[in-house]
Design a protein around this ligand. Structure first.
Ligand code: TXA
Ligand code: MG
Length: 297
């Protein structure tokens, strides 16, 4: 654990090296990674031991930086102007061509963005010079950390640095509002009350599968495929080669980082069906398989 300018500089160096770093926001401590770096985001899941991939919130310095990755309209811009920096997350259409890692959005065409108010996170955003994807900095299934000691107890030994700036202010995760067409929908209640009622299709997505909309390829998907059958686009892993591969060397971080890209590619490809090689059910493999089972269902 560390604090001060030296800690922020070290955190920025680790972020640039693809290592997730714990840092306080005004809500809870987050585990931050470069949102453009899929392998770094995979390491966030690895450290949390999260058994499934949900889309993550991307933290930015201001509306201008958010506009590089998300599409604003008058309504969302007004909300951001009124409440940023602060504990309001907006789910917006992903800007076409934005280089955000597909693991951040879990393959969706929408993105959750917020400009946090906490000086430590703001300083890190400025020093890192990149949008930061950050879920709460707790091991999967544990409560969200509001002090550096909570992060240490939960993730100690699994992450290289915790920026310690004392207890967080709100102690409750940001409000999440979706502005992706139609009326604004409250997906998670939080510190900012916009007078919206919780959307029936929304709610916090802590448990796997709770997210109303999940990316799934439009083609049938067969799991545990050792080889391609007629008309199948095979996504390989390790020794199973294919039309593409999650990781030829059997590296689960690489596989997680590229999972949604490989599925999108297979969907766009020439074959009517998709097959995926077996992925071991260990570490990140459990999250990869959870996602594949959903895509195959
Ligand atoms: O206060 C907070 O928001 C904290 C701090 C660290 O900023 N972060 C946080 O992140 O709570 P996380 O990953 O625990 O929660 C992200 C929430 C999940 O419920 C997720 O499903 C939702 O945001 N979310 C992210 N992208 C989404 C999208 N494209 N559509 C719908 N929901 C989305
Ligand atoms: Mg959380």
């Amino acid at each position: 654990m560390a604090y001060g300018d030296a800690a922020i500089a070290e955190a920025a160096r680790l972020i640039a090296a693809g290592r997730p770093v714990a840092v306080p926001t005004e809500t809870v401590y987050g585990l931050a990674a470069d949102a453009y770096d899929g392998a770094a985001v995979a390491r966030v899941y690895q450290a949390k031991g999260r058994p499934s991939f949900n889309p993550l919130i991307v933290h930015v310095g201001d509306i201008a930086q958010a506009s590089e990755i998300a599409l604003f309209d008058d309504e969302s811009r007004a909300l951001a102007e009124a409440h940023w920096p602060g504990p309001l997350t907006l789910v917006l259409p992903l800007r076409p061509g934005a280089r955000i890692a597909a693991l951040v959005t879990a393959g969706l065409a929408t993105i959750a963005v917020r400009a946090p108010a906490h000086p430590a996170m703001r300083d890190l955003l400025a020093a890192a010079g990149t949008p930061l994807a950050a879920p709460s900095a707790n091991a999967s299934g544990r409560i969200s950390p509001t002090r550096a000691e909570h992060v240490l107890a939960s993730l100690g030994g699994r992450i290289p640095l915790i920026v310690d700036a004392g207890p967080t202010g709100h102690g409750l995760e940001s409000s999440i509002v979706a502005l992706t067409g139609g009326r604004p929908r409250l997906l998670r209640p939080g510190p900012i009350d916009l007078g919206l009622v919780l959307s029936e299709r929304g709610g916090d997505v802590e448990a796997p599968g709770q997210l109303a909309r999940h990316y799934a390829p439009a083609k049938p998907l067969r799991l545990d495929a050792a080889e391609a059958r007629d008309g199948e686009w095979l996504i390989g892993f390790g020794a199973v080669a294919g039309d593409a591969t999650l990781s030829a060397s059997g590296d689960l971080v690489e596989a997680a980082a590229g999972l949604f890209e490989r599925l999108h590619e297979a969907e766009r490809g020439p074959c009517p069906t998709i097959a995926v090689a077996p992925v071991p059910e260990v570490g990140l493999g459990a999250a990869i398989n959870d996602r594949l089972r959903r895509a195959a269902a």
